[in-house]
Structure formats: structure tokens, C-alpha cells
Write a protein that binds this ligand. Structure first.
Ligand code: ZN
Length: 231
């Protein structure tokens, strides 16, 4: 069972987490939790001049990569997996100062990402607000009798980002009459009719819609004419 890379290959030191109890061939200390194989003989990290390095477990790819970049001397830590018959990476050994610098770089990145996310969120909130205002205005143009509060609620509901509701669709974005009317109809259906109760009572959706159609039309007529009957 050969190591993936021999301990002496340039630029890549390999440190082993032994499965069996091993002693250092140099200082006889043991059992060793980590060892280096030199000419087949186990050595403790101190004898191998790696005792000053700290262990960074695998898992954080960016931190690992940067720690090794920052570290003059680093080693890969492996352990043999008997079931798979192969050595598997457990982490790296790096200089403590290198790890600290790498952590600082990762933190700076995380902070930059957090600031960018906050900026994006503010920009999106602004867009959403402008869109909801335009949507409200369009509802009131088509339905002058609709109470302004209802129009605002319908527009806000329809323009919730990422909801997939009509306001976020391409048609809603373009504020087409069709999109605005569907949003208003949907709101009236749920708020001003027994639609939701019918659905809860097990009435099939299309049957429920058929039953509440007169109620929806009546509300819409009221809102379209600002009190006048368009009839
Ligand atoms: Zn030793």
C-alpha cells in the first residue's frame, strides 16, 4: 500500500494519521497521532521538523487553499481507509501565522460579500417599491373605485420578489392590463368572496370559481365605474 505521493516528493510533504500504534524511530516517543515516513521508518513531527505546524481539518476549501499559499512549509495529512483501500486527505498542517493570515483573508471576503449582499438588497427593495407604486397606479387607473389601500395591498402582494406571482412575471413587469387585472381578480376572489371557504370545504377549484364569478364581477364593476354602473 503505497502512499499517494511519497513523503520526499518535492513541494508536497505527506503526514500520516496511523491506524496502528507507532513509535518514533528517532526519539522513540509514542504512540504517535501523526507521523512522517522517512525511508519507511516512522518519525514524530518534532523529529521531522514539522512540530511547529498546526492542523487544519479538511472542509473549508478556501481556507485550506489560502493557508497553504500563506505557509512556507505545509503538509497534507492522510489516513488509510481500509474499506476503500486508499489514503484519504484529513486536512493540512500549516504555519500558525499562515493560518491566521488565511483566516483574515477569508473574513475580509465574507465581509465584502455581506456588504455586496446588503447593497443588492437595498437596490432590489428600491426597485420593488417603484414597481409596486407603478402597479398601484395602474390598478387605480383601471379600477378608479378600488380603495387605495386595497390597490396598494394587491400591488405589494403581486410584486413580492421571487414569489412567482403575476407581478413578478414578464407580463406583470410590463404592467400589461391583463396582468394587472389578473392580480386584482385573484385578490377579489380571495378577499371578497367565499372562494377560500369553498376550497376548504372540498369544492373543486373550477366549480368554486364558477360559483363565485358573479360576486367577483360585481366587485369589479363597482371598482371600474367608481360607483357608477357601466352596464
Ligand atoms: Zn521523534
Amino acid at each position: 500500500m503505497a502512499l499517494p505521493t511519497t513523503p520526499h516528493s518535492p513541494g508536497r510533504l505527506v503526514v500520516v494519521q496511523p491506524l496502528k500504534r507507532k513509535r518514533c524511530a528517532g526519539c522513540l516517543r509514542g504512540p504517535l497521532s501523526l507521523l512522517v515516513l522517512e525511508e519507511g521508518a516512522p518519525r514524530c513531527l518534532d523529529c521531522a521538523d514539522l512540530g511547529h505546524l498546526v492542523f487544519l481539518p479538511r472542509g473549508d476549501t478556501a481556507l485550506t487553499r489560502r493557508s497553504r499559499e500563506e505557509s512556507t512549509l505545509s503538509a497534507v495529512v492522510v489516513r488509510f481507509n481500509r474499506r476503500r483501500s486508499r489514503y484519504e486527505r484529513q486536512g493540512v498542517l500549516v504555519e500558525e501565522a499562515a493560518l491566521a493570515r488565511a483566516e483574515a483573508r477569508c473574513l475580509a471576503d465574507a465581509e465584502a460579500r455581506r456588504r455586496r449582499r446588503a447593497r443588492d438588497a437595498r437596490r432590489r427593495a428600491g426597485e420593488d417599491e417603484r414597481f409596486a407604486a407603478a402597479f398601484t397606479a395602474e390598478i387605480l387607473r383601471l379600477f378608479p373605485g378600488c380603495p387605495a389601500e386595497r390597490a396598494r395591498a394587491i400591488a405589494a402582494h403581486a410584486s413580492v420578489r421571487g414569489s412567482g406571482r403575476v407581478g413578478r412575471s414578464a407580463a406583470g413587469r410590463a404592467l400589461t392590463e391583463g396582468a394587472v387585472i389578473s392580480a386584482v381578480v385573484a385578490a377579489v376572489r380571495h378577499v371578497d368572496t367565499a372562494y377560500d371557504q369553498l376550497l376548504m370545504a372540498g369544492v373543486p377549484r373550477f366549480e368554486a370559481r364558477r360559483r363565485i364569478t358573479p360576486a367577483v364581477e360585481s366587485v369589479l364593476r363597482g371598482w371600474q365605474g367608481a360607483g357608477e354602473d357601466a352596464g
